[in-house]
Ligand binder design. Structure first.
Ligand SMILES: CC(C)(COP(=O)(O)OP(=O)(O)OC[C@H]1O[C@@H](n2cnc3c(N)ncnc32)[C@H](O)[C@@H]1OP(=O)(O)O)[C@@H](O)C(=O)NCCC(=O)NCCS
Length: 191
């Protein structure tokens, strides 16, 4: 079976996690990456984002954003708009070790890292990052472009607004609401 080609857009540290999960998932073949400059990487450098039209025209219809998000989501949002305008499809990337409930909903382009858990009836928007070992409990709603960092815990029915950043190893107790673009510090407990 031919695997679908995918291009990585932006090659920062987060891209290494994304690439690793794509390869472990085995659904897509990484043709290379675009970035401002060539990185020290085993993947092919395909040029800057100006090349994305040509890459799409050459038959690569799938893209994954490799730029992480630490509270400044504008770059990811801008890239997403550019990619959609060209026509790219942004698949959900889920590491095989993650557990996603059959009743959870996950939006376009969202990344679900190693050992993350998304429990029953949770709803994750588009282009979110549910990073390594994050735990999203039942009926949580995580809006578009949010980043739930490594090891963070959202107890049941938490709502996270668009573009929010939930820091590493933090805990948000049940039913709390985190505003759009808010930053929860690493290790914090929101009660
Ligand atoms: C909260 C955070 C964004 C603040 O960063 P910042 O604006 O650069 O702030 P500073 O580092 O200058 O710290 C400001 C103050 O907050 C305190 N502080 C910073 N982070 C804190 C944290 N996680 N918990 C408690 N206090 C914290 C600092 O000690 C400092 O206190 P002081 O003014 O009494 O000296 C950052 O510390 C943080 O937690 N980032 C998340 C990192 C993370 O989760 N990474 C995951 C990658 S997957």
């Amino acid at each position: 079976m031919m695997m679908n080609d995918i291009v990585l857009v932006g090659f920062g540290g987060h891209a290494k996690s994304v690439a690793d999960c794509i390869e472990r998932e085995g659904k897509y073949h990484i043709v290379g990456y675009t970035d401002m400059r060539e990185a020290d990487s085993r993947y092919s450098y395909l040029g800057t984002d100006d090349e994305l039209h040509t890459i799409f025209g050459g038959g690569v219809k799938n893209a994954a954003i490799g730029i992480g998000y630490m509270g400044k989501g504008a770059v990811r949002q801008h890239l997403y708009a550019t990619l959609k305008q060209i026509g790219f499809y942004l698949p959900v990337i889920t590491d095989p070790s993650a557990i996603v409930s059959n009743t959870a909903v996950v939006g376009e382009g969202t990344f679900i890292g190693k050992c993350a858990v998304i429990n029953a009836e949770a709803s994750i928007g588009k282009m979110a990052i549910i990073n390594t070992k994050a735990l999203i409990e039942h009926e949580c709603v995580v809006d578009d472009f949010s980043h739930v960092a490594v090891g963070a815990v959202l107890c049941g029915q938490v709502k996270v607004g668009e573009g929010a950043f939930i820091g590493a190893n933090s805990t948000v107790i049940q039913c709390r609401q985190i505003e759009s673009n808010a930053i929860v510090p690493a290790g914090a407990t929101i009660r």
